[in-house]
Design a protein around this ligand. Structure first.
Ligand code: PPS
Length: 569
């Protein structure tokens, strides 16, 4: 195999002077506000990372890519790169029209001449590109539930790079990286793709891969979009910086790749290889289950463990980048070193910590041994993900008006404040309606909006390590589920159903509202003239009839203890 020549790859940017002019002209064009994923795609289109693409795929290119990984001109390209838009926006665009592409702050990054405008067959795209039309696949979920219904295709003219304020010194375009390799005289470069923190096994395997390929090493982590739930890129980059020091001086470098991953296994591996070839690399490490999306909805793997390696091998000649097999490294206790699992004689005692086990140890604040990771890396991970007993969480009470939600929520707040350690905020129904939602009434739409606002505030509190206690009626299960999803991104969500019956609430009628509701003086009153979906699986259900408030609050405390959310020092 030839070494990749390190002359520049074509970019889609115009010169600085033309860009200034174009920017002014583009202000009059119809514009599309790019989604975060489209911004990632556009950056790599413009900087040559997606070379040979000259813009978002035309319908003909898209069809070929979906069907057999080929562009209309026969070139290999495994991943559809489309500008997905709403039906309304698409309907307003005529063939041949130029549009401006803006980032989320409204900055014009590029213009695009729309040559194609079509409604894709998303089920076919899911089957062909991702292997199954199953929403458990993150990219299929994105395709059906987030991506616009219509695709626009056409060439792009680049005005400026998307703005990044983080880790600027570690971001390189393909041509910058090529120039760097040229300057250092690196002719053989093996790239390592990653979306996870690196531990000692990764350091060993990448170092070995570089030695095997007699190449220099590029750690090329993805900082665009990865799999939902991954460690955020800020933390990861701090971890990578620490690992970088462990390689022999001047053998290894790191650069950040603003790619939006699709988790498409085999096709993704080929895509990753083509991108790295554009970045001037000659070799690429492909492992077991490369860019695997996890389990499908039947609990099975989407792809075979070596499908990605097989597909890469089939195309590597044409791609101009060679695959280096990823060696599964394990710690051999007796020899106190990492060795490839397939080279170890039977009966040798080896140690390994799985990703799941690592997450458990981090969540519970347990020991992570030095043979597994570097102390600097573990320190960073612990800083970002403290043990559960130090993370934020949300306790979400739901139940009828007068069920006792507010009283129990107040008692719980006081008990948690007595324990100390984390700030506690009470978002009681009445307080929220006064301060956050004063303009809202009690229609379904307004109640949903009210609960989504509470959920947003609670998710911010949870993210920042506090305890949010919410106590609205929250009558709709779908809205409660949406709030749960928002909050569980950052910490635990404990739904508490205060299960006081409507008869009992009406009997108590503490605010006299039930009487007014019966008389028809208050409309849409929950339980009387408006629905309430009883929670099917709350973390805890408390009965308030014949149980005092203190005891109800204590039941919640016990649940929090059981979930590891509160613990002694
Ligand atoms: S919701 O459905 O979650 O948005 O309701 P919430 O914000 O918790 O507000 C409920 C409080 O508003 C008073 N109230 C009503 N409740 C239900 N239905 C109607 N139509 C209504 N009108 C006013 C009532 O006092 C509720 O307070 P709590 O604390 O639940 O008793």
């Amino acid at each position: 195999m030839q070494n990749a020549p390190l002359n520049p790859v074509p970019e889609l940017y115009v010169s600085y002077e033309s860009a200034q002019k174009l920017k002014v002209e583009a202000a009059d064009l119809v514009s599309w506000d790019l989604t975060p994923r489209q911004i990632c795609d556009l950056e790599l289109l413009m900087n040559g990372g997606f070379n040979p693409l000259k813009g978002f795929l035309s319908e003909e290119d898209y069809d070929g890519v979906v069907e057999n990984m080929r562009l209309a001109d026969g070139g290999l390209w495994p991943m559809p790169i489309n500008l997905d838009v709403s039906e309304d926006f698409a309907a307003s665009i005529e063939a041949g029209q130029d549009i401006a592409l803006r980032d989320q702050e409204g900055v014009i990054l590029a213009t695009m001449t729309v040559t194609d405008n079509w409604v894709p067959n998303k089920a076919r795209e899911a089957e062909k590109v991702f292997g199954a039309d199953d929403d458990a696949h993150p990219a299929v979920n994105y395709l059906h539930n987030h991506a616009g219904k219509v695709y626009l295709g056409g060439p792009v003219t680049g005005i400026q790079q998307p703005v990044h304020y983080d880790f600027r010194a570690r971001r390189d375009t393909p041509n910058e990286l090529r120039a760097y390799f040229r300057k250092l005289g690196w002719r053989r470069i093996v790239a390592f793709q990653t979306r996870n923190p690196l531990h000692r096994a990764h350091q060993e395997l990448t170092f070995r891969a570089a030695k095997e390929a007699q190449a220099n090493l590029l750690i090329h982590p993805v900082v665009g979009m990865t799999k939902p739930g991954d460690v955020d890129h800020f933390t990861r980059v701090r971890c990578y910086e620490a690992v970088l020091d462990k390689y022999p001086a001047s053998t290894t470098t790191m650069s950040l790749l603003p790619l939006a991953m699709r988790m498409a296994g085999p096709r993704e591996a080929v895509w990753h290889g083509l991108i790295r070839a554009n970045y001037g690399c000659t070799h690429f490490i492909v492992g077991r289950d490369h860019a695997g999306p996890g389990k499908n909805s039947a609990g099975e793997d989407f792809y075979g463990p070596y499908d990605a390696q097989d597909l890469f091998r089939e195309h590597q000649e044409e791609m101009g980048i060679e695959m280096v097999d990823f060696k599964h490294m394990v710690w051999v206790e007796d020899r106190a070193q990492y060795e490839p699992a397939d080279e170890i004689e039977e009966g040798t005692k080896v140690l390994n910590i799985s990703g799941t086990e690592l997450r458990r140890r981090l969540a519970e604040g347990l020991d992570i041994p030095e043979w597994f990771s570097f102390p600097e890396v573990v320190k960073e991970l612990r800083r970002t993900k403290p043990p559960r007993s130090k993370q934020g969480f949300t306790v979400f009470f739901t139940g009828f008006s007068g069920s006792g939600k507010s009283t129990i929520a107040n008692a719980l707040m006081v008990k948690l404040m007595e324990m100390g350690g984390r700030p506690v905020t009470l978002l009681d129904g009445d307080i929220v309606r006064k301060n956050l939602s004063s303009e809202l009434g009690f229609s379904k739409e307004h109640r949903d909006l009210n609960i989504r606002r509470i959920g947003y505030v609670a998710s911010e509190i949870t993210k920042n390590g506090g305890i949010a206690i919410c106590a609205p009626i929250a009558p709709y299960a779908t809205t409660r589920r949406a709030v749960r999803e928002d909050i569980e991104e950052f910490g635990a969500f404990i739904e508490v159903h205060v299960a006081t019956s409507i008869e009992e609430c009406e009997k108590r009628d503490r605010k006299g509202l039930y009487k007014l509701a019966r008389e028809g003086k208050i409309k849409e009153f929950t339980g009387i003239s408006d629905p309430y979906d009883v929670p099917a699986n709350p973390e805890i259900r408390v009965e308030t009839e014949n149980v005092d408030v203190d005891n109800c609050a204590h039941q919640v405390i016990l649940k929090l203890e059981q979930m590891g959310l509160i613990a002694g020092e």
